[in-house]
Design a protein around this ligand. Sequence first.
Ligand code: NAG
Ligand code: NAG
Ligand code: NAG
Length: 309
Amino acid sequence: MANIITLSVVALCLCAMVHCWGKDGHIITGNLAQEYLSDKAQEMVQDILSKYEGPDGARFKQLGPLAPYADVLRESYPWAVTYHFINVEKDQKGFVPKINCPNLHCLFGAINNYTKIMLDKDSSDFSKGTALMFLTHFFGDLHQPLHVAHKSDKGGNDIKLKLNEDWFTRYKSSNLHHIWDSDMLYQFQRVEEKPNTTHVVDYIKNNLVNKQALDKYGKVDDLIAVSDESLNLSLKVAYKRALDLDLENFPISYYDSVIPTVLNQVMAGGLRLSAWLNYIADEANAGAENHNCVICNVLGRMMSRLNVL
Ligand SMILES: *[C@@H]1O[C@H](CO)[C@@H](O)[C@H](O)[C@H]1NC(C)=O
Ligand SMILES: *[C@@H]1O[C@H](CO)[C@@H](O)[C@H](O)[C@H]1NC(C)=O
Ligand SMILES: *[C@@H]1O[C@H](CO)[C@@H](O)[C@H](O)[C@H]1NC(C)=O
């Protein structure tokens, strides 16, 4: 028993140190998505989760706790590791299928696969649970700007920096990728005295989810444009504003200038994931009659852009 406790503590610490968006970003995205599901989608998610047990025996009732799970399972699904991010070359301004999705082996190929698994009535309970688990995670990652970033510096992982004394995690050696994954949301929780993710979810719901946000993020037409949006933010906000600053004594002014973008991206990921699951639930419940299959159209456009219909 003592050993099990020690091991869990070690595992938790490792997770906090490495990257486990970070764990908070994923949980917040998942919780937000859960709040904006249609009744049909709530039912679908509840049904899938009640029949799903992860490879390590974990069980889930809600999307929030499920969202970071793909990072815990990296070793069980080694081939999926490269789908957590999109590497771009320095001269790229947007997604180029030939470079970023050779033979459909990219995040979008995976999203297509997992969405189809969820739509297929014959998929096993485990397959559907796995598909929901990956979709929930990937929608989060796709919105962390530095997950769509330069290959040459590993999405900011090679841009080392030291947080100055004004950060709660002061004097910490970190890197640009990691502060977007974790430090920024940690700082927000401490500054706003919102020590847990539930409070951040409430903050976003009460302050950021307005009609404009729902109109913009409450639907998904073009998933590849979402990665271009992240790339734009990584170039124009994440890298650009950091590289003007002293990396050896990294100032809190960076946090002040980018935290609105961080919160907006977490919200956008949650609302879009919710929209995606709503489309899937509509289709899973649709009868044989002629109807407009939104999710089929969105996937169809995405796959034709990736060049393989
Ligand atoms: C999608 O599924 C196909 C068929 O099972 C598989 O060959 C392919 O590797 C998968 N692609 C991705 C990106 O997961
Ligand atoms: C987070 O805050 C909520 C609402 O105040 C509370 O119900 C919950 O127990 C807290 N969770 C943790 C892990 O402290
Ligand atoms: C990204 O920025 C480019 C200009 O650099 C612009 O043409 C494009 O519309 C932007 N895309 C998105 C999705 O914001």
